[in-house]
Design a binder for this molecule. Sequence first.
Ligand SMILES: Cc1cc2nc3c(=O)[nH]c(=O)nc-3n(C[C@H](O)[C@H](O)[C@H](O)COP(=O)(O)O)c2cc1C
Length: 185
Amino acid sequence: MHNIAIISSSIRPDRKSHRLALYFMKYLNDNFLANANILDLKDYDFPIFSETLKIQKSPSKKLLDFAEKIKKSDAIIVVTPEYNGGYPASLKNAIDVLYEEWRHKPVGIVTVSGGPFAGTQVLVSFQFSLWKMKAWTITEQYCVPDVEKNYDEEGNSLHKKISEPLTEAFLKELFWCIKADKSVG
Ligand SMILES: Cc1cc2nc3c(=O)[nH]c(=O)nc-3n(C[C@H](O)[C@H](O)[C@H](O)COP(=O)(O)O)c2cc1C
């Protein structure tokens, strides 16, 4: 079974995009598609970036744990809200502190907004950052508008007829990339 890490990026007390992290974790685990775990940036509570892990003299246990989980995962799903047309500082913080760990890693991007535009303005800037890290962003996106109308607090989809085909297409591409990645070694 593949290991998939799901990064939940919003660290706001009243965050809503976390619902999508819960949704994908449950979908993958309940359907026995993968062993999926959430890497919650709210729990990690990393200090603002000052140096990469590689040259930190005494990295925290939390950072070493995060790095190990990124490295060991077969793929990553990043759930990000859109803040003023970009992705949140918490996510940039967690991306920049690593480097090698991201190399060739299949990454699926989930964008979330409270309004009608589904966080899609994040895609270009975030994908470019991942490209710079040599991660492998998959060519399907999962973009969620009106998050509170579409997912409940436990991460259940409120409109399965719409969400399931989109989820299947997104995960099909992610699993294809995992398979291709493993065949190269
Ligand atoms: C600082 C800030 C900036 C935001 N900027 C945008 C934006 O540019 N576009 C948008 O659609 N929603 C924006 N939102 C609303 C988010 O889409 C909304 O909070 C949503 O629930 C996802 O973020 P969350 O997981 O932090 O709740 C913004 C929210 C915050 C807190």
